[in-house]
Design a protein around this ligand. Sequence first.
Ligand code: 4NP
Length: 150
Amino acid sequence: MKTKVLMVCLGNICRSPLAEGILKSKVDPDKVYIDSAGTGGYHIGNPPDPRSINVANKYGIDISDQICRKLRPEDLDDFDIIYAMDKSNYTNILRLSNNAHHNNKVKLLLDEIDGTEKEVPDPYYDSINGFENVFQLIDEACTAIAKKLE
Ligand code: 4NP
């Protein structure tokens, strides 16, 4: 059975689509299924933010065919590991369930690396540099996750 990993941010148009695309580029698709979702519903049905599409392209990753969706309570049953990009996302995911089995699946993405930052900052109102920084943070965490999943 495949391990199912869900990447979660607020809008599902900037950070979690990058996390989905980056982790997909590092693992065997026959072994790991990866999806992403947002805790907010502002952009449902939209493609990722063009700034995320562009920074992914720069590193040879195509995320342009992803479609934004909102996190559902069933995701806590369906997925094995759920990564939150920041603490606010983490809290909002846990609000969907008070079941300890569900809660144990939810982790902060950057807890997978030793860096000083614990949160992938929300780049939505940031400059293009914000997206480069977000890409690098997510990329380092996904390298560690891919190694663990092997
Ligand atoms: P994301 O960024 O959570 O990384 O997708 C955001 C995208 C949109 C909004 C906020 C954050 N928004 O407020 O519309």
